[in-house]
Design a protein around this ligand. Sequence first.
Ligand SMILES: Nc1ncnc2c1ncn2[C@@H]1O[C@H](COP(=O)(O)OP(=O)(O)OP(=O)(O)O)[C@@H](O)[C@H]1O
Ligand SMILES: [Mg+2]
Length: 225
Amino acid sequence: MNQRFFVTATGTGIGKSFITAALVRQAKGMWRSVSAFKPVVTGFDPETPDDSDTGLLLRSLEQDSTPENIDRMSPWRFKAALAPAMAALQELREVDFEALVVHSRGAMLAPDELILIEGVGGVMVPLDETHTVLDWIERVEAPVLLVTGSYLGTISHTLTAMAVLQQRHIPIHAIIINESEESPVSLQDTRDELSRWTRLPIIPVTRRKSGEDWQDVKELRSLLA
Ligand SMILES: Nc1ncnc2c1ncn2[C@@H]1O[C@H](COP(=O)(O)OP(=O)(O)OP(=O)(O)O)[C@@H](O)[C@H]1O
Ligand SMILES: [Mg+2]
């Protein structure tokens, strides 16, 4: 069964790349053909590509960070660690939204069984002067994996993200609660509270010792069943 997902989150640093890399690894472990893209990346230093989301996703795919692979994974790269619209402005560039849509829709047409696109920041981060990530997701027409945390405030952020996605009739395939570093309540309690507000599938992922521990996140396997 072919699966396509757009991986978005309630905000930046919540764990989209960790979860995307982990899903790639689980899919590979199940002998599925898989590809992943991070079309727009900010905070990208060309001197140290391996430190970026682009580098992490290439590693998960077991691909080297050659200029060609970096270009294919992340055509829009910006140095400043800011929202894309602001990072682009600093370089007197802009994200060509229509070209981004064409690229992402094309990426989703590849024959691989699993194709993942990691968004950038949260659901409504500005890409240019008139479009946010939400507009991008809508045009890609792939179901969403919504990555959220267990931090204080997560329930409101999650319900807000769900509401704007649902307002545009964008299907949410599942919510992944990626345990935050600082959590006032347990992962289970966050799950239980969230499940009172939605019938969508919720997958809790426990925090690992290190951000490099994405190789063995078996919790995500149910998504690939
Ligand atoms: N489950 C986890 N266990 C351990 N470390 C994690 C986990 N999830 C995320 N991290 C670490 O937390 C940090 C932020 O995660 P990540 O880069 O995946 O977030 P993101 O949503 O992709 O951020 P961005 O908006 O910059 O793309 C990273 O250093 C990552 O390695
Ligand atoms: Mg990321």
